[in-house]
Ligand binder design. Structure first.
Ligand SMILES: N[C@@H](CCC(=O)N[C@@H](CS)C(=O)NCC(=O)O)C(=O)O
Length: 210
C-alpha cells in the first residue's frame, strides 16, 4: 500500500494533489503540527527530519516534494503527470527545485525566523524580508503563468499542485493575491478539478474559504 504522511495546509498538499490526480490507491495519514505529531518517535522512524511529506511505497520511503512528485508522475500516473521529453522534464524539475529551495524557504522565514538567526532582535526583520521576498516570488509565478493554462503550458502536471500551495499561503498571510490575475485564474482552474477539490476539502483548505 502507498501511504502519504501529510499535514493539512502544509507543502505536503502538493504531493497529496499529485496522488489524488494520479488515480492510484493510497492511504493518507494526516499529522497535526499543533500537536507536534511530526516529532513523535513513531513519525521520526518514517522521516528522521520530522518533516512532511513522506511517501511510503513498497520500495521504501521517499521524502521531499520534488522527489515524491517525480515518483508519482513516473511510477503511478503512467507518465501522464510530467512531460517525458528530456528537456521538458528537466524544466519541470527545475521549477519544482526552485519552489523547494527558494520560494518555500522565503515563507519559512516569516513563520520560523528562529531557524535562521538565534538573535531574537533580528527576527522582525527576517519576517519582514521573508514576506517581501515571498510576495516577489508569487509575482514571478504570476508572470510565468502569463498566456498559459498550467505551469508547463497546456499540459497539467504535478508542478501545478505545488504552485497552488504558495497561492494558498499568500492568502493565509493576507498578501494581495487577488491582484495576481494569471495566478488567480490558475487557482480557479485548479479548484474546478475534482481531484484537487477532494484534497482541499479533506485538508479544509483556506483556498475554499470566501
Ligand atoms: N523541502 C521539503 C520541505 C519539507 C518541509 O519543510 N515541510 C514542512 C511543512 S511545509 C514541515 O514538515 N514542517 C514541520 C516542522 O518544521 O516542524 C519538501 O519540499 O518536502
Amino acid at each position: 500500500m502507498t501511504t502519504l504522511y501529510y499535514a493539512p495546509g502544509a507543502c505536503s498538499t502538493a504531493s497529496h494533489i499529485a496522488l489524488e490526480e494520479s488515480g492510484a490507491a493510497f492511504e493518507g495519514k494526516p499529522l497535526s503540527f499543533a500537536r507536534a505529531e511530526q516529532r513523535t518517535p513513531e513519525y521520526l522512524k518514517i522521516n528522521p527530519r520530522g518533516r512532511v511529506p513522506a511517501l511510503v511505497v513498497e520500495d521504501g520511503t521517499i521524502v521531499e516534494n520534488t522527489a515524491i512528485l517525480t515518483y508519482v508522475a513516473q511510477a503511478l500516473s503512467g507518465g501522464t503527470l510530467l512531460p517525458q521529453q528530456p528537456a521538458a522534464m528537466a524544466r519541470a524539475i527545475s521549477l519544482m527545485a526552485w519552489f523547494s529551495n527558494t520560494v518555500h524557504p522565503a515563507f519559512t522565514h516569516i513563520g520560523r525566523p528562529e531557524r535562521f538567526a538565534t538573535d531574537v532582535a533580528t527576527h522582525a526583520n527576517l519576517k519582514e524580508t521573508g514576506r517581501a521576498n515571498f510576495h516577489g516570488f508569487l509575482q514571478e509565478i504570476d508572470g510565468l503563468l502569463a498566456g498559459k493554462s498550467w505551469m508547463l503550458g497546456e499540459q497539467f502536471s504535478v508542478v501545478d499542485g505545488y504552485a497552488l500551495v504558495f497561492y494558498g499561503w499568500g492568502k493565509r498571510i493576507d498578501l494581495p493575491v487577488a491582484d495576481l490575475k494569471n495566478y488567480t485564474a490558475f487557482k480557479d482552474r485548479m479548484l474546478a478539478r475534482p481531484a484537487v477539490r477532494r484534497v482541499l476539502e479533506r485538508e479544509q483548505s483556506v483556498l475554499l474559504a470566501a
